[in-house]
Design a protein around this ligand. Structure first.
Ligand SMILES: [Zn+2]
Length: 326
């Protein structure tokens, strides 16, 4: 489905096999040329859907000159390679996003890193294998592509007569950016701020110094300071009243972090044990993806609590354990 959401800015809604069931990409049109923001996911019929949507407004996938990526999650960058092959489009993303994308192209290394990371956080046997399978699946959905340029913080990019700013918003993913059309007050937010759910946060397994929650909250502050009229997200409807949504998301994280803090006592436990304790009996109904996301979320809050000095980390036999300092 395609609709013009701002003057010469179109939203195309593409299918996704899981969770939110759809993802939006945005197309800035200048005559016969298109700049595409995110690409949607590789899955049967998605490319054809995009092409026929473009044809309904007198364009095609081949009209795409530039592809700007908010981040390199499968649902946002999956089709970049196929579109580039068809259209010769130039692809632009941040240096950090590019590094993550490069890790995804190196299967053996990625899997070895994932095994090590999750084992250190207390997972073993079939649980690690389930995570490896999830990562393999993600990997298969992110084919390679050629990068034309790296996006720089706060730089202004132009396309046709329009200009937009690159706002660095790491958190939901390392290397995430939003694109801000200051003249119109329009923000293409990717997955930084969503209307119905708090965007998930997960570790960068290649960089344990990355603080997902701390970075995410700082990135929210940054967006709060911008004169935004309309926010167009990667999933769900466009909305105004950004400040209220930002307050809700902040409150969500405060509550979840405090709840997690309360569950940590004097007895040393791993991320995995703490997570399993929180999910409890509900785990029986969860699929591997949900467990993977829950473990990642637990990791994210633990890192934030550690940074606050509220919990302490000890490593024994290569496994990390946490205890409360209070
Ligand atoms: Zn995402």
């Amino acid at each position: 489905m395609i609709s013009e959401v701002e003057n010469n800015l179109y939203r195309i809604t593409l299918p996704m096999p899981f969770r939110l069931r759809h993802v939006h990409v945005y197309a800035l049109v200048d005559g016969q040329d298109v700049a595409l923001f995110d690409t949607g996911m590789i899955m049967p019929g998605a490319f054809e859907r995009m092409d026929s949507d473009f044809k309904s407004i007198g364009l095609s996938v081949e009209s795409i000159r530039d592809i700007y990526l908010t981040h390199v999650h499968t649902d946002h960058c999956g089709m970049a390679g196929v579109i580039q092959e068809k259209s010769k489009a130039k692809i632009h993303l941040t240096g950090v996003a590019h590094q993550i994308h490069a890790h995804f192209q190196d299967a053996d290394n990625l899997i070895a890193q994932a095994r090590m990371f999750y084992a250190r956080h207390g997972m073993s046997g079939p649980d690690v294998e389930a995570i490896v399978e999830e990562i393999e699946d993600m990997r298969s959905r992110i084919p390679g592509f050629t990068v034309h340029s790296f996006l720089q913080e706060n730089e202004i990019r132009r396309f046709g007569g329009r200009s937009f700013e690159v706002i660095f918003t790491p958190g939901h993913a390392a290397g995430h950016v939003c694109f801000f059309f200051r003249d119109e007050g329009v923000l293409l937010a990717g997955d930084h701020i969503l209307p119905y759910i708090a965007p998930s946060l997960s570790p960068n397994i290649h960089d344990e110094d990355f603080q997902p929650l701390g970075s995410y909250l700082e990135s929210l502050d940054l967006i709060e300071g911008l004169p935004i009229t309309t926010l167009h997200p990667g999933h769900g409807n466009a909305f105004s009243g950004i400040d209220e949504r930002i307050r809700e998301i902040r409150a969500h994280h405060t509550i979840k972090k405090q709840a997690l803090h309360k569950s940590i006592g004097r007895e040393p436990r791993t991320t995995y044990n703490i997570c399993a304790g929180i999910i409890g009996a509900a785990a029986a109904n969860w699929d591997d993806w949900e467990k993977f996301m829950a473990l990642n979320e637990t990791y994210v809050y633990l890192q934030a609590l550690k940074k606050d000095g509220a919990i302490q980390e000890n490593v024994s036999a290569g496994v990390i354990h946490y205890t409360s300092t209070g």
